[in-house]
Ligand binder design. Structure first.
Ligand code: SR1
Ligand code: MG
Length: 396
């Protein structure tokens, strides 16, 4: 592969993206390249390059030096592009079929060229349109168990693990999560965004001291517990899916954090989707919630028995203690996700896409209420079936 002549960062456009691909000789010299910017996320450019002659495609993802959703007033490190590419490669060692292939990455120009996934749909979009993706929770349960177990102290020599903790230090992106997930939605803050009809519920939430103490504990866990290399933003918009395939994308928020955070964000987003569904279509999502936890915990437990070789590994009760801790963290982090997606800065289409106002507000009240219940009840709720029972009691 040729190395690049130009090494000064500049945001790409559809023309320079094609030039870049040509310079890297990633397509046949006779190809007829077309390019389209398709990024719909909050932070980056995503260019899809297609050879009109063969249909071959690739994606160039480039980080911008600021958050696209806000603009240049919110500067953001370009280093996240390298973190993202390196996490895709690291997680790809354990779940090669569940992440996109990375072809080229360049730290200075902050881009990664990777496999095109346009034969799949963004899971959030599909779920909103009533898809149920039968393999989704089995794949994500396996993704979670393998990526989290194999990057943790349960599988790694302590020197190797601590080297990875250093390599994946990601303070700026973590700060976004610390603010947008754990702090701002729980206080009166400019970044919050909610309908006036939710004012009473939001005021009650801000005045709920027990809820705030429990959220402070979860935030502290996020800040301090370097358990495994997390994806860091595992919502259903970070997943491409079809009936048969699942691919996890966008791990730019990756860092060493508490295992339950990834599990909780995914389950939290499924819970939001479940809340929006009527009683006929809800069971498919409830099944996914149960199956995510069951696949995760079963696979994690198998890996523990197979590959955890510490003298303490077989101590009666230790594995169970860890899984129970991950479970209560999962519920707490899910609860934070429900609340921040309802009243914080970054909303989700599952809720905001509901045009009928009365219904939207009623569902948002439910997500807020369930978010509180999960945060406050996370130690008492011992099984995923108890969480499902809470959801089954909801009526749309
Ligand atoms: C400014 S970034 C807002 C949100 O988008 C990302 O996907 C993360 O979820 C972040 O919290
Ligand atoms: Mg993202």
């Amino acid at each position: 592969m040729t190395s690049l002549t130009k090494k000064t960062y500049e945001p790409l456009n559809e023309k320079t993206a094609i030039n870049l691909i040509k310079e890297l000789n990633l397509f046949n010299v006779h190809s007829e390249l077309m390019c389209k910017e398709i990024g719909d996320g909050n932070l980056n450019y995503v260019f899809q390059i297609t050879d009109a002659l063969t249909g071959k495609r690739m994606i160039i993802k480039q980080a911008l030096p600021y958050a696209k959703v806000i603009g240049e007033s919110w500067p953001l490190t370009l280093k996240r592009a390298t973190i993202e590419a390196n996490v895709l490669k690291k997680h790809g060692e354990f779940v090669p079929t569940l992440v996109p292939k990375v072809f080229v990455t360049d730290e200075e120009l902050a881009f990664t060229i990777m496999e095109d996934l346009s034969h799949l749909t963004v899971a959030r979009e599909g779920l909103i349109n009533g898809e149920s993706y039968p393999k989704l929770s089995t794949h994500i349960g396996e993704y979670l168990a393998k990526t989290l177990f194999y990057t943790s102290d349960f599988a790694l020599h302590p020197f190797d693990k601590k080297q990875l903790v250093r390599e994946f230090s990601n303070p700026e992106l973590c700060k976004i999560t610390e603010d947008l997930v754990f702090t701002d939605p729980f206080f009166k803050h400019d970044s919050n965004d909610f309908e006036p009809e939710l004012e009473n519920e939001v005021q009650a939430l801000w005045n709920n001291q027990s809820l705030k103490i429990e959220t402070a504990k979860l935030k502290y866990s996020f800040l301090t517990e370097a358990q495994a290399l997390l994806h860091g933003d595992l919502h259903t918009g970070s997943i491409f899916a079809s009936e048969l395939e699942t691919k996890v994308i966008d791990p730019e928020f990756a860092f060493y954090g508490p295992i339950g955070f990834d599990v909780g964000q995914f389950i939290g987003n499924l819970i939001i989707q479940a809340i929006t569904r009527d009683s006929t279509n809800r069971p498919a999502i409830l099944k996914h919630i149960t199956n995510t936890w069951e696949t995760f915990s079963k696979t994690f437990s198998e890996l523990w028995k197979k590959d955890y070789i510490d003298p303490y590994a077989r101590m009666e009760g230790f594995e169970n203690h860890i899984l129970q801790q991950i479970f209560s963290d999962t519920l707490g982090f899910s609860g934070c996700e429900l609340i921040r997606r309802t009243i914080g800065l970054a909303h989700v289409k599952d809720l905001d896409g509901i045009l009928e106002k009365e219904r939207r507000i009623s569902l948002k009240k439910q997500t807020l209420q369930l978010g509180e219940t999960l945060i406050l009840g996370r130690q008492e709720l011992k099984t995923i079936q108890e969480v499902i029972a809470l959801l089954e009691n909801k009526r749309v």
